[in-house]
Design a protein around this ligand. Structure first.
Ligand SMILES: [Zn+2]
Length: 207
């Protein structure tokens, strides 16, 4: 598990924490070590940009971001290559699920906009592990969606820098990034590398 900086509530699980998507014991163990409730609020992720406001635990519906002003209510996004992003504001927290489709749809900007409209403008972001530019090989059709964020894999083919694409949606928000690549770093779940059904979590909460 990787815990975000400072006193703000952000944590990212890794493979060593188990499949927190389906294994409720693993979810309970993670929650216990963070000192948070094991009852998380989630969404049914569809690689889009719909944002929900959460007031209680459980799955809210089809969407890829959620936020809350409820202290102690954990919000979670499940990932295995996509980026989990936690946005911190005074009195609110939000999480977003950003793979290339979500980033292209502007899910992080949508979350930021929803929180700002709700009176809680994010001032800080934490970005979890994901498939990074070193390994995120893409075809021309995906590269074409991210002009200026095209990069190269470590083996020299075209890739996209999703972390940079997410930062583009955060303007002056201060960003902290875990900086680990799910595809080539040990101890991570990677859907692209192993077709895994297991998931890691990006968890945000108001302490
Ligand atoms: Zn990599």
């Amino acid at each position: 598990m990787i815990v975000g900086p400072g006193r703000e509530g952000a944590a990212f699980t890794d493979g060593g924490d188990g499949d927190v998507g389906k294994d409720l014991e693993a979810r309970r163990a993670v929650s216990s070590s963070l000192g948070i409730s094991p009852e998380w609020a989630t969404v049914r992720q569809v690689h889009g940009s719909r944002v929900f406001e959460a007031n209680s635990p459980g799955a809210l519906g089809e969407g890829d971001a959620l936020w809350t002003t409820e202290p102690g209510l954990p919000l979670a996004i499940l990932t295995a290559d996509c980026l989990g992003v936690v946005l911190h504001a005074r009195g609110a927290v939000g999480v977003a699920h950003a793979g290339w489709r979500g980033a292209a749809a502007g899910v992080v900007a949508a979350l930021r906009g929803a929180m700002t409209a709700g009176g809680a403008s994010p001032h800080r972001a934490s970005i979890g592990p994901g498939i990074r530019a070193c390994c995120f090989e893409v075809g021309d059709e995906v590269a074409g969606i991210f002009p200026g964020r095209v990069a190269a894999t470590s083996w020299g083919t075209t890739s996209v820098d999703l972390v940079a694409a997410v930062r583009d949606q955060l303007d002056d928000v201060k960003v902290w990034s875990v900086g680990r690549c799910t595809f080539h770093d040990d101890g991570m779940f990677s859907h692209r590398r192993e077709r895994t059904e297991s998931r890691m979590a990006a968890i945000g909460w108001l302490p």
